[in-house]
Design a protein around this ligand. Structure first.
Ligand code: 13P
Ligand code: SF4
Length: 340
């Protein structure tokens, strides 16, 4: 697998050579016009460029955006995130046209496991239930019993009947954190995210020495040793909620740096220090998310491509574990709300 800096260089090169567009076009205004004309909804993940987040109809974590994709009455979904997120939108809303700005926007976790790998595991371990992180291909989802996001995973694992062995795939760090939180032992696939895997204890300790009053909020795709030093561990939306609601004034942020855009909007008086971004290093930027630009979003809306297309039998097989996640997490949310 290539490293994050090489991939970021490729993303930067792609940005320096943008697709040919009439220079007189006001790209933001054209996106607005096309969105209305085509009854399109623009969904964006927190890791997208600030200008894409600002033009989107909804910005959210993987679970929020899956829910929005399932609920929307738009005719077209323009999904600004990585490819597997667009695929989830198509699985949940097959009658809608789903376009993404760049088909090359993959994910290192998705690359960590192939459908052949998982099929072989299932043949050798017929008793195992397979719990798959949403950062995976449609084919891998289709071979899984449950799909989870980082914000729904605890509820899903807690809902799985005791006594069955579980394979958690593909993120070993998220899996290991879930084992600790739920007390459920699982077999962990050895995959990792190219961005979060690089966060280190040494770096975090140095930042904590420099900013002793700062609270530390980290995404569970990060190594165990880093999570052990965090004040808060959670999905992108839970990290945002934490920093907004905390009394602290300064935070060290252990996830993709573009998330800080929402934090600054919601809590402008607070200071956010991104991990792995000191001395101009952009190591905490997701090189796949960075492929998306306003120009490519405009072209995706105008040309209605690149379009996500999934064969119907595959879509139906991937829908079952995904729908299980949405149902279990909705039930758990309702139970928590009723208990408040
Ligand atoms: P969230 O589900 O927390 O938004 O995370 C998605 C992701 O890709 C993290 O790297
Ligand atoms: Fe995938 Fe990591 Fe990028 Fe998230 S940050 S989309 S897990 S490569």
């Amino acid at each position: 697998m290539a490293n994050v800096l090489d991939l970021l260089k490729q993303a930067e090169e792609a940005r320096k050579n943008p697709p040919k567009i009439d220079p007189d076009i006001d790209v933001a205004a054209e996106i607005e016009r096309l969105r209305k004309e085509k009854n399109a909804v623009i969904l964006a993940h927190y890791y997208q460029d600030p200008e894409i987040q600002d033009i989107a109809d909804y910005v959210g974590d993987s679970l929020d955006l899956s829910r929005k994709a399932a609920e929307t009455d738009a005719d077209m979904i323009a999904f600004c995130g990585v490819r597997f997120m667009g695929e989830v939108a198509k699985i949940l809303s097959p009658e809608k046209k789903v376009v993404i700005p760049d088909m090359a926007a993959g994910c290192s976790l998705e690359e960590s496991i192939s459908a052949d790998d998982l099929a072989a595991f299932r043949r050798e371990h017929p008793d195992h239930l397979v719990v798959t992180y949403i950062n995976s291909s449609v084919e891998v989802k289709a071979l899984s019993d449950y799909v989870v996001t980082s914000s729904s995973a605890i509820d899903i694992i807690n809902a799985i009947p005791e006594g069955r062995p579980i394979l958690f795939t593909p993120d070993r760090h998220l899996g290991s954190w879930l084992e600790k939180v739920t007390g459920r032992k699982m077999d962990l696939w050895p995959g990792s995210c190219i961005v979060h895997d690089k966060f280190s204890v040494e770096e975090l300790e140095e930042l904590k020495r420099e900013y002793p009053d700062a609270k530390v909020a980290v995404h569970p795709e990060s190594p165990d040793s880093v999570l052990a030093l965090a004040d808060h561990v959670g999905s992108t939306s839970s990290i945002i909620n934490y920093v907004v609601n905390s009394d602290a004034k300064r935070f060290i942020i252990g996830t993709e740096t573009n998330i800080i855009h929402q934090m600054q909007k919601l809590a402008p008086e607070k200071q956010f220090i991104p991990m792995s971004s000191q001395e101009g290093c952009k190591c905490a930027q997701c090189p796949f998310m960075a492929l998306n630009t306003m120009e490519k979003l405009y072209l995706a809306l105008r040309d209605e491509k690149p379009e996500i297309v999934i064969p119907e039998d595959l879509r139906i097989r991937a829908l079952t574990p995904l729908q299980r996640m949405l149902d279990i997490s909705a039930k758990a949310r309702a139970a928590r709300a009723a208990a408040e």
